[in-house]
Design a protein around this ligand. Structure first.
Ligand code: ADP
Ligand code: ZN
Ligand code: ZN
Length: 735
């Protein structure tokens, strides 16, 4: 066969679940083109950037229909072979089009035809002449003089720094460049800062034992659950293991939850590791993200820390994977390509033949089940490191108790006591805003969101109603829109309202409210944390933002204002999440020398879940939850996939899913059950009606082929343009 018969198989970003074959560009030898390079291809009437999956010599499309690749963008793959293999697997497992999977994994700049090498940041610095020039010689050009003066102090400045000296700095700088006083260079975008090293703790026996297990497995794939109460020193164990891996010349990838990527955590890594650490956080520019991706891929960065999408970072020589807070929901992407970064990381570790560590104080039920099955090795750190004693958790039965803005007398007394002993108090309520709704006392009108089956929350400070589901916002009405009455009352409590009440109840103390509303501004969160650490704020009030990753050594009392919310929720995982949240929040108490106290307010103190959690701890509670799941045949005992549909038309989603269910039944076989369709719990959201169809399988192996066959039929289905649909494999949210 001659070379002219060769075709290029390309993953092109598109909703279609297939690959596309193209003729090679004219006159190019393509037989040795490596998979993973980018190509510019015609697609419909447009051009798109696709990624080469392979060179093939047969196609299902007739050859005269084939189009020609416009341009080969890269010489070397932007996606290394191991990563490409992972993405192809993920595309099949999550039933998501390969082109979109690859595009999700790539840094934004590489999704287009931007060159694969990151350009550095432009900086202006002095030439030899500039360095010794007498500033007085520029006295007639004050702007040039000012720029040069600053450069003589600092040697190099970026555009931002120059703009701070003079807004209109560019013409003056152009003159300085012409005169040969200044030159432009590029600075690496990724400052791989090296912090001052600090000596590590000597590990305690439990930490040492866990470390030895992990280190003993460095040459093979093994999944470890590092199950350690908050403050037990999991991070210290990670760091010790990472050092060993680095000493072997290998790299480490660490994934943390979205709000877990705190400067403190990164600081600890940098202080302990004598090596460049690349941090992938949401604040990076596209250039910086690309630079970090490359530094990891070419081995410059030895340790990579990032959130969910960092699981796709190429590594030259992976030696260890770590997932911190493995139970955290942010590891599962909830839209588009709905992957689990934790599960994909496990797969990567398996392919690479290296261990992976899942660390948490509150393991997910899936992970515990995998330990029971012998698939994961369960390591425990039962005690707090450094001698801090565990917090005492108690329930406060609030039935018939007088309450002042969700704060019972019992809780208030304990708060007074802790505050008078210079302890800080942390209160947790997972509801922001002032009140979850506004109601008319004359006629019963409520602040319904016009686009959702939900109420709009009153935000008093900005004096607006805001929907937390679709972000619709409107001014607070002066009079009732229905009856023109003036007795509009706020109903229920959010953090903003509790903050006000606390200021009245504890006038001598500063309250810090930490939620999405008070931390929106850049740097605001850090400012709050500084106030916590300096002791400027004594009462901390917050949503789940406060539950993770923070060290508050002076917090001695934690109050959970409303534990009932999770007890009777419809969601399958509500109980698991409530138990995790209580333990995580409780873990903020008494982390230093002082013992902590945790109070949980509830109307259901006899509830078995709460009772077990309080008296026997998280592990016993998880056992109870697992038993419930087994009896009800829910995950992890079965496997789920959810087909969701939405439309502006009220009936369209149910009609579509009913048809989809009809197609599914003959394909399903004995191991797959089709449950529904049903309208979603909040049927209308952001103006769209929503419904869902659940597939439950007794075996994972039964689910995959069924889904693949079914989706082919769904794609071919003639539906109105109004319906959107998506498939979610291993869904985290069921309602
Ligand atoms: P986790 O990640 O399990 O919550 P950390 O690793 O953050 O726990 O450790 C909690 C605290 O205990 C930190 O302040 C840490 O410096 C300290 N610590 C960890 N290991 C030890 C040890 N072996 N001896 C003394 N203190 C330790
Ligand atoms: Zn009214
Ligand atoms: Zn809304």
């Amino acid at each position: 066969m001659s070379h002219t018969d060769l075709l290029l198989r390309v993953a092109v970003p598109s909703p279609l679940r297939r690959v596309f074959d193209y003729l090679p560009p004219k006159g190019e030898a393509v037989e040795n083109l490596p998979a993973g390079i980018r190509l510019l291809v015609p697609f419909g009437r447009q051009q798109r950037v696709g990624v080469l999956l392979g060179v093939v010599n047969s196609t299902e499309v007739s050859r005269d229909k084939l189009k020609r690749v416009k341009r080969i963008i890269d010489e070397r793959p932007v996606i290394p072979a191991d990563l490409l293999k992972l993405l192809q697997w993920a595309s099949q497992y999550y039933q998501h089009p390969i082109g979109e999977v690859i595009s999700t994994a790539l840094p934004t700049l590489l999704r287009g035809d931007h060159p694969a090498s990151a350009r550095g940041k432009k900086v202006w610095c002095l030439t030899g002449t500039g360095r010794v020039l007498d500033l007085a010689s520029l006295s007639r050009a004050p702007r040039q003089q000012a720029l040069l003066q600053q450069l003589q102090r600092q040697d190099r400045l970026d555009a931002e720094a120059l703009a701070a000296i003079s807004e209109n700095w560019r013409p003056a700088m152009a003159r300085l460049l012409e005169q040969g006083l200044v030159e432009i260079t590029e600075e690496a975008v990724l400052p791989l800062v090296q912090a001052e090293l600090r000596p590590a703790h000597d590990l305690n026996p439990a930490q040492q034992a866990a470390l030895e297990e992990m280190v003993g497995a460095l040459d093979r794939f093994e999944t470890f659950l590092l199950d350690g109460v908050t403050g037990s020193g999991k991070t210290a164990v990670y760091l010790a293991a990472i050092k060993q891996v680095l000493a072997r010349g290998q790299q480490v990838l660490v994934l943390v939850p979205e709000i877990g990527l705190t400067p403190q955590l990164v600081g600890r890594f940098r202080e302990q590791l004598a090596t460049p650490v690349a941090v992938l956080h949401s604040g990076l520019t596209d250039q910086e993200r690309l630079a970090a991706w490359q530094a990891a891929g070419n081995g410059d960065a030895r340790v990579v820390i990032g959130t969910r999408s960092a699981v796709f970072t190429p590594l030259q020589q992976p030696g260890l994977f770590i997932i911190d807070e493995e139970h955290d929901l942010s590891f599962k992407q909830q839209d588009g390509f709905r992957y689990s970064a934790r599960d994909l990381a496990i797969l990567r570790a398996r392919d690479a033949g290296v261990p992976i560590v899942l660390g948490t104080a509150t393991p997910s039920l899936e992970t515990l089940y995998n330990c029971k099955q012998g698939r994961y090795r369960h390591l425990t750190l039962p005690k707090r490191a450094g001698g801090a004693s565990p917090p005492v958790i108690r329930l406060i039965d609030v039935r018939k108790q007088p309450m002042d803005s969700l704060i019972s007398v019992g809780l208030r007394e304990r708060m007074r006591d802790h505050l008078s002993h210079d302890g800080q108090v942390l209160l947790f309520l997972n509801r922001r805003g002032f009140a979850p709704m506004l109601i008319c006392h004359d006629c019963g009108w409520v602040s319904q969101c016009p686009r959702c089956d939900s109420r709009m929350t009153l935000h008093q400070q900005i004096h607006r109603l805001r929907c937390h589901h679709c972000d619709k916002e409107q001014p607070v009405p002066e009079v009732c829109p229905a009856c023109r009455g003036t007795d509009l009352r706020s109903f229920g409590y959010g953090t903003e309202r509790i903050e006000q009440a606390l200021q009245q109840q504890f006038p001598g103390h500063t309250v810090l409210r930490i939620d999405r509303d008070t931390t929106r501004r850049k740097g605001a969160m850090q400012g709050m944390l500084d106030k916590v650490h300096s002791g400027e704020g004594q009462i901390l009030l917050g949503t789940q933002m406060l539950a993770k990753g923070h060290h508050f050594p002076n917090v001695t009392l934690v109050g959970i204002l409303d534990a009932d919310y999770g007890l009777y929720s419809v969601d399958l995982r509500a109980g698991e999440r409530m138990a995790q949240l209580i333990m995580q929040v409780a873990g903020r108490a008494g982390r230093a020398e002082r013992a902590g106290e945790v109070l949980v307010q509830t109307h259901h103190p006899e509830h078995p879940l709460l009772q077990t959690l309080i008296t026997q701890g998280y592990a016993a509670c998880a056992e109870l939850l697992l038993k419930d799941r087994a009896e009800a045949s829910w995950p992890p005992y079965t496997y789920l996939a959810m087909l969701r549909s939405d439309s502006t038309d009220r009936d369209a989603p149910m009609a579509f899913l009913t048809q989809a269910a009809d197609l599914a039944r003959p394909l399903a076989g004995p191991h797959c059950q089709i449950l529904g369709p049903i309208p979603s719990a909040m049927e209308r959201r952001a103006g769209r009606y929503r419904a869902q169809l659940l597939i439950q399988a007794g075996q994972r192996q039964a689910l995959q082929p069924f889904l693949a066959a079914w989706l082919v039929q769904l794609e071919a289905m003639k539906t109105t343009r109004k319906v959107r649909w998506s498939i979610d494999v291993d869904p985290m949210e069921l309602f």
